[in-house]
Design a protein around this ligand. Structure first.
Ligand code: AMP
Length: 210
């Protein structure tokens, strides 16, 4: 199954994408994770990418399309994938048409206020990528429950960068929703604050028939 998960920053898409990929046995492909890894390698390309990301801005479409084509060309993606963080613009969605055929797009519709609230408490594991927040805190402060590695606050989870990222989402990524709606591929999941993550995950699974 070739799936895309779209939602604003803080919608829980990374967490659900990971769970979904594990459940159906395909790789979770997060362009943000790939870029953060590139930035850590300290090359000139990584340095430029890291700067753009820290500012909460989007990287150029051609660069992203190229990066994604390379990743989807790897053997593990042949059986399918859960794509998280791509496409973020109409140009990227059009580029993806020439790379892979998508079966379903899951849209996590979460109000901005709720996203900001969640991002303010977000910590990510530097080892396995597990995500913690105010509602699912780690058991030992600053250490991952799953692998024991240090937890980090993302460089772009500052108030200024969060504001910019949400603006980029509304301006550039929301039009992508219409693109997939017109193709009849869209499954919209409404996530108000009161909903439990397990309940949201159940609805996601139901939407794709697993
Ligand atoms: P994420 O982990 O998905 O929130 O992505 C973190 C950052 O990486 C974004 O704020 C962008 O700066 C960059 N990024 C990730 N995916 C894309 C993409 N498809 N297009 C442009 N920039 C991206």
């Amino acid at each position: 199954m070739r799936l895309i998960i779209i939602g604003p920053q803080g919608s829980g898409k990374g967490t659900h994408a990971k769970k979904l990929a594990a459940k159906i046995g395909v790789p979770h492909i997060s362009t943000g994770d790939i870029l953060r890894e590139t930035a850590r390698q300290g090359t000139e390309e990584g340095r430029v990418a890291g700067k753009i990301m820290a500012a909460g801005e989007l990287l150029p479409d051609e660069f992203m399309a190229c990066l994604l084509k390379k990743r989807l060309g790897q053997a593990d993606a042949r059986r399918g994938f859960v794509l998280d963080g791509f496409p973020r613009t109409i140009l990227q969605a059009e580029a993806l048409e020439g790379i892979a055929k998508i079966d379903k797009v899951i849209y996590l519709n979460v109000p901005d206020g709720e996203c900001v609230r969640r991002l303010a408490g977000r910590k990510t594991c530097g080892g396995c990528g597990a995500i913690y927040g105010n509602e699912n805190p780690e058991r030992i402060k600053g250490k991952c429950d799953a692998c024991g590695s240090e937890l980090r606050v993302r460089e772009d989870d500052t108030e200024e960068a969060i504001r910019k990222r949400l603006a980029a989402y509304h301006g550039q990524t929301e039009p992508v929703l219409g693109f997939y709606r017109r193709k009849g591929l869209m499954a919209e999941i409404r996530v108000e604050r009161v909903r439990q993550p397990e309940d949201v995950f159940r609805e996601i699974c139901g939407a794709i028939g697993i």
